[in-house]
Write a protein that binds this ligand. Structure first.
Ligand code: C2O
Ligand code: CU
Length: 482
């Protein structure tokens, strides 16, 4: 037999080994309504992901019939391209700024060296027309994202954000994920403020009051699309990597007729899967890894809405608001899989609890004070740029106490290091044992967590991730000394 005749069979075998038997797969084009742009890896080394990101303004019509909005993008899309790497890979990003103002990129949740963190106090902002090469190793598997850290509320609201997913290192048995978690979707949740004609609304609507309330867009986007529809095979498990990239909006979400099983969050998989839940909360900056099994008993063509649910984060933010459909899951005509999906292992991942005996302490307060008759958000009564400056040192383990003395919730985010929640209030069991970098601190409540500073000295920011709050003052600095 000529050698060529063998090739198609070999290819077919290869395909079936990677795609799985066709009779269990999702319908053709099931995720076409929620595409994420990708970006070319310029480096042939399998352990180096080298990409170009250009920030530039492009016209995008979000809704049918809209005038195009002049959106600020990475590489021309909202969200920016999905960057994908393996734990331990080196990631090089050749960044060029074609925006009309300076910017940086912050790699939210990635444990990068301080000089690569995108904090404008550490990295001089990239000038208009200028470039910067980000170059770091990604040590942890998980779901992360990137966004600017200069005028972040305005720049994120204009479209600058993207996802970065780090898969476990191939062959690393200790950090391997259990097989069969499900067919993956990366879903970037955000919103945008559009005028009736589709053009972008002002990024500073409402002035100082807008800063205080936090500005929400009026159109919710899932991977940059309003109300997309994904197709699903009945009974076939899906794994959703969710990212809240909105400047202010809290995403309290529920899928009609279904439960969500959260298996991971900010810092990769949890030690164990949580019990199935009717709803899930993602505060700005937060991520969740959830399993969803479309109802095997539903009719073909049945449609289920993923709903945004009102949540009172203060200032009457839930008042007179209705649940809103943000995405649809429509079942295909393929035969339903009636066997339940493979059971999850009791332990998804081993995470040692950080010891608190002998740990140091940091205690801060999220504050709202009155200065010259105007409400000012800050930390310990100080508003950025006149900021609180905490110090610690490499190798220290510290218990943080974060007290919110305001009448509104604030999603707290620490750069550079993961923490473990000790007292999460009603969420203590929800977050027990997992790595986090973003945590809601409800109005008038206190939360505690423990953090260890690995060997990455430098100036690390912490702030409220309602970016209007951060930029108006609720932002401070932790100096980790060698
Ligand atoms: Cu995603 Cu300083 O934040
Ligand atoms: Cu806040």
């Amino acid at each position: 037999m000529p050698p060529r005749a063998v090739a198609p069979a070999a290819l077919l075998a290869l395909c079936c080994a990677t795609c799985g038997p066709p009779d269990t797969a999702q319908p053709m084009g099931w995720a076409d309504a929620v595409p994420l742009a990708t970006v070319m890896d310029l480096n042939p080394d399998p352990h180096v992901v080298e990409v170009r990101l250009d920030a530039r303004v492009v016209p995008i019509a979000f809704r049918p019939g809209d005038q195009p909005a002049m959106v600020w993008t990475y590489n021309g899309t909202v969200p920016g391209p999905l960057i994908r790497a393996h734990a331990g890979d080196r990631v090089i990003v050749h960044f060029t700024n074609h925006l009309p103002e300076t910017t940086t990129i912050h790699w939210h949740g990635l444990r990068v060296p301080n000089a690569m963190d995108g904090a404008p106090e550490v990295q001089p902002p990239v000038a208009v027309g200028g470039s910067f090469d980000y170059d770091f190793v990604v040590p942890d598997a998980g779901t992360f994202w990137y966004h600017p850290h200069v005028r972040s509320s305005a720049q994120v609201a204009s479209g600058l954000y993207g996802a970065i997913v780090v898969d476990p290192a191939p062959g690393d048995v200790a950090s391997a994920e259990p097989p069969g978690l499900g067919d993956e979707l990366v879903l970037v949740l955000s919103d945008v403020l559009l005028n009736d004609d589709g053009t972008l609304g002002p990024v500073d609507s409402g002035g100082a009051l807008g800063d205080l309330f936090g500005r929400e867009g009026n159109v919710v986007l899932v991977n940059g699309r309003p109300r997309p529809t994904v197709l699903a095979r009945r009974g076939r498990r899906q794994r959703w990597r969710l990212i809240n990239a909105a400047r202010t909006r809290y995403f309290r979400i529920a899928l009609d007729g279904h439960t969500l099983v959260r298996i991971g969050g900010d810092g990769g998989l949890r030690p164990t899967a949580l019990p199935p839940a009717r709803e899930l909360m993602l505060v700005p900056g937060e991520r969740a890894d959830v399993l969803v099994t479309p109802d095997a008993t539903a009719a073909p063509g049945a449609q289920f809405a993923l709903k945004w649910l009102p949540y009172e984060r203060g200032f009457g933010t839930a008042f007179a608001r209705e649940p809103e459909d943000i995405l649809y899951v429509r079942t295909s005509a393929q035969p339903a899989l009636t066997d339940p999906p493979a059971a999850l292992p009791a332990r998804l991942r081993a995470i040692d609890p950080l010891p608190t005996a002998g740990a140091g302490a940091q205690s801060i307060e999220l504050t709202q004070t009155i200065v010259d008759g105007r409400a000012v958000l800050g930390i310990n009564g100080r508003a950025w740029p006149d900021h609180l400056h905490l110090t610690t040192h490499v190798g220290a383990t510290e218990v943080w106490t974060v007290r919110n003395s305001t009448m509104a919730d604030h999603p707290f985010h620490l750069h550079g290091f993961f923490f473990q929640v000790l007292d999460g209030g009603d969420d203590t069991a929800n977050f027990a044992g997992e790595w986090k970098d973003s945590l809601n601190i409800p109005a008038m409540q206190t939360r505690t967590f423990v953090v260890r500073y690995d060997d990455r000295p430098g100036m690390w920011m912490f702030h409220c991730h309602i970016l209007d709050h951060a930029e108006s003052g609720m932002m401070a600095m932790l100096e980790v000394m060698p």
